[in-house]
Design a binder for this molecule. Sequence first.
Ligand code: FAD
Length: 286
Amino acid sequence: MSIKDLFQQKTVFSFEVFPPKKTSSIDVIYKTLDELHDLKPDFISVTFSAGGSSNNTYALDIASRIKENGVAPMIHLPCINYTKEEITETLEQIKARGIENILALRGDINPDIPPKKDFAHASDLIEFIKEKGNFDIAGACYPEVHPDADSIVDDLRNLKKKVDSGASHLISQLFFDNDAFYQFREKAELAGIDVPIEAGIMPVVNKNQIERMVTTCGASLPNKFVRIMQKYEHNPEALRDAGIAYAVNQIVDLAASGVDGIHLYTMNNAYVARKISEAISGIIGA
Ligand code: FAD
């Protein structure tokens, strides 16, 4: 069954993984994947570097491995630093490996890499992919507004264009305040965006992540979240457990509010994914 159709049946539960650095062996992630497969997610998505900072052949190999293990893979595909010829070549590789699901993205604009001019927005890529084959295409969305957007209204208009060009479901940027997601979902509905929206949940389980969240992520940090992080930042085990509990709380509330799906940013941490999966197994799909 395609991911698109799965949303009609259940609350979708998916994972995201990223490829190892160019200099690392791919075997480490294969071990993680084997553990993630046991948790029976509906699909696993694999990130793809817009600027070549990680090994994109690894990304395709990981997606193939996911498929071999009987889980649907989704490959991310950012376009801003690629020409039409390069994207066509990658699409051919994706097709040859039997991968049907693509998360079509613009990619972040890196000040050191001048964008190639063929694709300005994810919606341009979606139109292009539609011409090239029969893929199931998802897009990204931003409950707290994309940082480049002038206003929430512009961002929603652009999101509507993305859906109209052929995105059959959306995966959200991470957030820690469920109310931000609910408000976004309501506004998206008013804007006529009627495809399923998966909520992106990032369990914050170590100190490096906290620092990254505070400085770069742009998601609002509720007092409850800040209190937990401050209290446990110097106690790795307590921080890990608190981060897992916070994510579980978010998911329970989202499920009770009828969310279409949960996309777990696993950070390649199978232990954390397992703890969360076990805690919500009776809730997702109930
Ligand atoms: P777009 O949809 O193109 O939007 C970008 C900006 O342009 C927004 O401000 C939007 O309002 C505006 N816009 C969109 N369409 C139009 C239009 N037609 N006219 C005018 N303005 C428009 N990056 C990677 O490099 N690799 C990954 O694997 C990756 N995975 C991700 C997974 C998820 C779930 C998410 C949420 C993000 C991911 N990213 C990844 C990051 C993403 O590439 C960046 O957030 C990027 O800045 C925006 O990508 P987008 O596809 O949302 O862009």
